[in-house]
Design a binder for this molecule. Structure first.
Ligand code: ADP
Ligand code: MG
Length: 358
């Protein structure tokens, strides 16, 4: 299958379809859920418990839950009954019981401002290697958050993924940091990593060994790979500091074509974004996702493009950046959404070494 889709090939109708979905989607509910995941206290009461300790989970059920990424009490506590039913085929009442038991075993609820401030102190900012870009992001790409970049082909989304990967591994505050790179378009290039790491005088072999690349062949596989990251962190004890999903939406877009399938696509994307948000929040990981744009044919003023995935992707992303081509081969990154930073723009060149000033 050809992973790249030219903008010209996009049916004009798609825009309307995406907007229809946005109407039907309960934004408020999603925001509430997002808040809950972001702010829920996750300190365990007393000793560590595992999912096997939860009432109603036998070995067979546990195995099924682990297989689809519900391997921790935390993952179950923030799951919906529907997700648990789907995962292990038990009744909805049973699923609720398991979820409630998981919640009882975690102190979930409200946190005071000072507790959240304390949690904010653990935030690490990954550098783009460009002063202006970092400044626009308040110091860099944050851990504990999802940062989405949308741009047309050749915009520089993948380049930025490679640069962030190397810079995450250069973090001095971290012991043996690890990067997980989910590659859906077969555009991860170890040679490019080598080039960037070499430029920074890093140990290239060590850098390459610390990047775990998962090639996703379809959207289900992509979601499964993300489930595996939980295991890498909790079972293999890897110090994952950056997760790159490049591209977040390409498979979803290629697989779900036509109006009838759009609701399914959005629902699946929603689940995927939630899984990423959960990883970012519970394990203090920086999640960087790339997104495509599509033509917005009825837009006469401003930029005639918009990001794929509608509000589902937009709302789940903590930071959104629109990247476009500027004058003389430069690129312009615009911060279009952020919880506490002003809208701003920065221009740079993509060069062999990374991002460079105009
Ligand atoms: P996207 O992922 O948004 O489709 P890419 O990140 O692949 O875009 O960006 C491709 C562009 O990056 C190329 O057109 C080129 O300008 C630049 N680029 C890629 N590799 C290098 C390199 N080694 N040195 C300088 N520029 C590069
Ligand atoms: Mg790319």
């Amino acid at each position: 299958m050809k992973a790249h889709i030219n903008l010209e090939e996009i049916p004009m109708k798609e825009k309307d379809e995406d907007e229809t979905m946005v109407e039907e989607f309960d934004d408020e509910q999603f925001q509430l859920e997002k808040e809950e995941i972001n702010t829920s206290a996750v300190k365990k009461k007393g000793k560590e418990i595992t999912i096997n300790d939860l009432p109603g989970i036998g070995p067979a059920t546990a195995e099924k839950l682990i297989a689809v990424g519900f391997g921790t009490v935390m993952a179950i506590a923030v799951a919906t009954p529907g997700e648990i039913v789907e995962a292990c085929g038990i009744s909805e009442a049973g699923a609720r019981k398991i979820i409630n038991a998981a919640r009882d075993n975690l102190e979930m609820g409200f946190e005071s401002g000072d507790q959240i401030l304390k949690k904010r102190e653990r935030v690490i900012k990954l550098s783009t290697g460009h002063k202006g870009f970092d400044a626009m992001m308040g110091g860099g790409f944050e851990t504990g958050a999802i940062t989405e970049i949308y741009a047309e082909f050749g915009g520089g989304k993948t380049q930025i993924g490679h640069i962030l990967a190397v810079n995450a591994l250069a973090l001095e505050s971290e012991k043996n940091p690890v990067v997980v790179y989910v590659d859906t378009e077969n555009t991860f290039r170890p040679e490019r990593i080598k080039q960037i790491a070499d430029g920074k005088g890093m140990d290239v072999d060590a850098v390459l060994k610390s990047i775990k690349v998962g090639r996703a062949y379809n959207s289900d596989h992509q979601m499964l790979l993300v489930d595996k990251i939980e295991e890498m962190i909790t079972e293999q004890h890897l110090n994952v500091k950056l997760i790159v999903i490049d591209s977040l939406t390409a498979h979803f877009r290629a697989e779900f074509v036509g109006r009838g399938t759009l609701a399914d696509r959005q629902q699946k994307l929603n689940k995927h974004m939630h899984a990423l948000l959960r990883l970012a929040d519970t394990h203090n990981v920086c999640v960087y996702v790339t997104n495509q744009v599509m033509a917005k044919p009825d837009q006469f003023f401003g930029d005639p493009t918009q990001a794929i995935g509608g509000h589902i992707v937009g709302h789940a992303s903590t930071f959104r950046i629109y990247l476009r081509k500027g004058k003389k081969g430069s690129r312009v990154a615009k911060l279009v959404d952020s919880p506490s930073l002003p809208e701003a723009e920065v221009a740079f060149y993509l060069t062999e070494k990374g991002l460079q000033d105009i």
